[in-house]
Design a binder for this molecule. Structure first.
Ligand code: PLP
Length: 396
């Protein structure tokens, strides 16, 4: 049994996205900036895609800029608000402790350039409190950037409330909605969002393409200088096949969103119940206000990396609570932000299930995880200390 349960890392491309992309590669190879018919046909396709995407999030087509993905959109949004703010003497930025590194590392860079950053706590629930945001706002705040849904623990922030607070105080509000677009309803008007980042490969589209929504009136700062593509705000010949693939994937995801969420929620909660039977374990993040595909558990006395390798041998692709991207085993900043101590954060498992997961697959995941956790504990020195009373259990 092969089960792909790492959809928060990336997703398999949908047939519709592959077809739209190959259609783009075969038939719409013209350069949208060229004046002859083949170029203008490509331009037409590009603008159709832009209008389609704008409609889905309740934006205007001219408010959508195509990018190379979520990281680029996050960088452009944050640098835009920062530089525009600085011109008015505003150099304070508010974000949260558990943002994606595309946000946190951009903020770090800005701190070196003289900006002040306040990271709001996300508490044990993995949720920002609107009253704490309100209290953190200052006269010189130029940006609030809070993600819509967290990529590790799946918690969903009160975006409309945050949007309303920012709008009332005339502060630009950006949200990294990479985990939310295609999975949750987004309405930039109703939620009062000024800028939003999205990435195609998180909703069954191709990798290396995404978009930035920037409300009319926000003067975007360029990351890439060159030609006049994307209204002069993002140079480079447009990745039309990727954009067409993204648009097809998004259309499909949004069309089936309710049905997918109903099904995934059922399986998610089934997995949570099953994994809760493992002693000295805990669910990470709020049980209700989380993405319907996200299950994140900590198991005391084990190493997440070993858990992943053994689960892989049982056909399960999942992710852990350590950032192994750097080659180092730093515990996840997200799990630390919700108050997990290092040892506990290390023994964590993220399952991000797909829309077509079955109950049988969920049963296999539960059984395999129970087996592997028990096996790893059987020779874990930490577990021995815990069971012999030399150390206190943290997870009851
Ligand atoms: C995946 C992800 C990103 C980065 O998107 P890319 O398209 O891979 O650059 C940013 N933010 C969040 C929350 C993500 O999950």
């Amino acid at each position: 049994m092969n089960i792909y349960a790492d959809n928060a890392a990336t997703t398999e491309m949908s047939e519709a996205a592959i077809n739209a992309m190959t259609d783009g590669m075969r038939n719409w190879y013209g350069n949208p900036s060229s004046l002859y018919t083949i170029g203008q046909k490509a331009k037409e396709k590009l603008e159709e895609a832009r209008a389609e995407i704008a409609g889905i999030i309740h934006a205007q087509p001219r408010e959508i800029i195509f990018t190379s993905g979520g990281s680029e959109a996050d960088n452009q949004a944050i640098l835009t608000a920062a530089l525009n703010g600085k011109k008015k003497g505003k150099t304070h930025i508010i974000s949260s402790a558990f943002e994606h590194h595309a946000v946190l590392h951009t903020l770090k860079k800005l701190e070196k350039d003289g900006f002040t950053v306040t990271l709001l706590p996300v508490h044990e629930s993995g949720l920002v409190r609107p009253d704490e945001l309100e209290a953190a706002l200052r006269e010189d705040t130029c940006l609030v950037t809070i993600m819509t849904a967290n990529n590790e623990i799946g918690t969903i922030q009160p975006i409309a409330e945050i949007g309303a607070i920012c709008r009332a105080r005339h502060v630009v509000f950006h949200t990294d909605a990479v985990q939310a677009v295609g999975h949750l309803p987004i309405d930039v008007e109703a939620q009062q969002i000024d800028m939003l980042s999205a990435s195609a490969h998180k909703f069954h589209g191709p990798k290396g393409v995404g978009f930035l929504y920037a409300r009319k009136g926000i003067v975007l700062q360029n990351l890439i200088e060159g030609g006049a593509q994307e209204r002069g705000k993002r140079a480079g010949t447009e990745n039309l096949p990727g954009i067409l693939g993204m648009t097809a994937a998004l259309k499909e995801a949004v069309g089936a969103m309710e049905q997918h969420n109903t099904h995934m929620k059922k399986i998610r909660d089934y997995l949570i119940r099953g994994l809760s039977e493992i002693p000295h374990s805990a669910l990470n993040g709020d049980a209700e206000r989380r993405l319907s595909g996200n299950v994140n558990f900590s198991f005391e006395g084990i190493e997440g990396e070993s858990l992943l390798i053994l689960l892989d041998q049982k056909g399960i692709s999942a992710s852990s609570g350590s950032a192994c991207t750097s080659g180092a085993l730093d515990p996840s900043h997200v799990l630390l932000a919700i108050g997990r101590v290092h040892d506990v954060a290390h023994g964590s498992l993220r399952l991000s299930i797909g829309e077509d997961i079955t109950v049988q697959e969920a049963d296999h995941i539960i059984e395999a995880t129970k087996e592997v956790v028990a096996y790893l504990r059987s020779f874990s020195p930490v577990w021995r200390d815990l069971t012999e009373g030399k150390k206190e259990f943290i997870l009851k």
